[in-house]
Design a protein around this ligand. Structure first.
Ligand code: PHE
Length: 335
């Protein structure tokens, strides 16, 4: 009986089969139980002998069952692993790598030039008080400069800042000179054509200290423009007007950066307008409580999109905001 059972166990090819063998031999109505039931009819000697034998066979069958069960489980696991084998030499799924937007990488590059010269970053809200965006910048209520920058007015009495210049006011109201800050950020104007977007980015600069002169302004802007456009770029200061600076200037760079004299961008003049600047107007100092007899300063403001467009030779500002991935992906790896 024992041999027969052990053989069957050895041949069992799965756990189900093994289980039925267990029932057949060790179950309540199994073959071993049947033998033990007949023990009562035997003589005491026979009973002892057969009893011991039956128990030994029972132990042997149990051990064999356990061993076989373990082996079958191992085999099943191995099979499972083989079936689900991962081929680590296969190429992985494609993960698209992102890229910095050209406007942002230009903004960061410009900011870093000024940070390296000791300027720090100042911030202000995009929803701004009319007072800071206009009044305290020496732009009175009915001044035509308010029309120059078509303003989005909000119904809470505030407006979307039309330039980053209100950050000059906020900075001077909360800090004492010496001040050397840049203020990068979004600004808004009611404009929309190939070179104007209703939302664009500016970087404001402000330096206030004793004895700051127009020479300092020229020197700083020259360093900045040469670092962005290269040492050979031509730079020209042209007299201009801003209510918050006096004297004021606009800075042009030679159109060598956009394809040379006669290119479409500069309309054949050979020069490109790139930023506005000037010496802080004494009226602005007075509005923020800085003594114009004691301090002087310069300020400048530049359009980031315009510089990005020149740098990357883009002729329509709108493509910067359409988020066509075929455009955006061209700037992969630029910064
Ligand atoms: N705020 C001006 C503009 O948006 C630029 C500017 C800033 C000019 C600072 C002079 C000084 O046009």
């Amino acid at each position: 009986l024992g041999k027969e059972a052990l053989e069957l166990i050895e041949q069992a090819e799965n756990l189900d089969k093994l289980n039925s063998i267990r029932v057949e031999y060790l179950g309540k109505k199994g073959k071993i139980k049947n033998i033990l039931k007949t023990l009562g009819k035997l003589s005491p000697e026979e009973r002892k002998e057969i009893g011991q034998l039956a128990n030994r066979i029972k132990d042997e069958i149990e051990t064999a069952l356990k061993e076989k069960e373990k082996r079958l489980k191992e085999e099943a696991l191995e099979q499972e692993l083989k079936k689900n084998r991962i081929d680590i030499t296969l190429p992985s799924a494609w993960v698209e790598v992102g890229s910095s937007h050209p406007v942002i990488s230009t903004l960061v590059e410009i900011s870093e030039t000024f940070l390296s010269m000791g300027f720090s970053v100042a911030e202000g809200p995009e929803v701004e008080k009319e007072e800071y965006n206009f009044d305290m910048l020496n732009i009175p209520k009915d001044h035509p400069a308010r029309d120059m920058q078509d303003t989005f007015f909000l119904n809470n009495g505030k407006l979307l800042r039309t330039h980053t210049s209100p950050v000059q006011i906020r900075t001077m109201l909360t800090r004492k000179p010496p001040i050397a800050v840049i203020a990068p950020g979004r600004v808004y104007r009611k404009d929309a054509d190939p070179t104007h977007s209703p939302m664009f980015h500016q970087i404001e600069g402000l330096l206030v200290d004793r004895d700051v002169t127009f020479r300092d302004l020229k020197g700083i802007l020259k360093i900045f423009l040469e670092s962005v456009f290269g040492k050979d770029v031509g730079i020209r200061f042209r007299p201009s007007y801003f209510p918050f600076t006096e004297p004021s200037a606009e800075v042009d760079i030679s159109c060598t950066v956009c394809g040379g004299k006669g290119c479409r961008v500069c309309k054949g003049t050979g020069w490109l307008e790139i930023l506005g600047c000037g010496m802080v107007d004494p009226n602005v100092f007075e509005a923020v409580g800085i003594n114009p007899e004691e301090y002087t300063g310069f300020a400048f403001g530049l359009g980031v999109e315009r510089i990005a467009m020149l740098k990357y030779r883009i002729n329509d500002i709108r493509i910067l905001f359409e988020n066509d991935m075929r455009f955006n992906h061209q700037f992969k790896g630029i910064r």
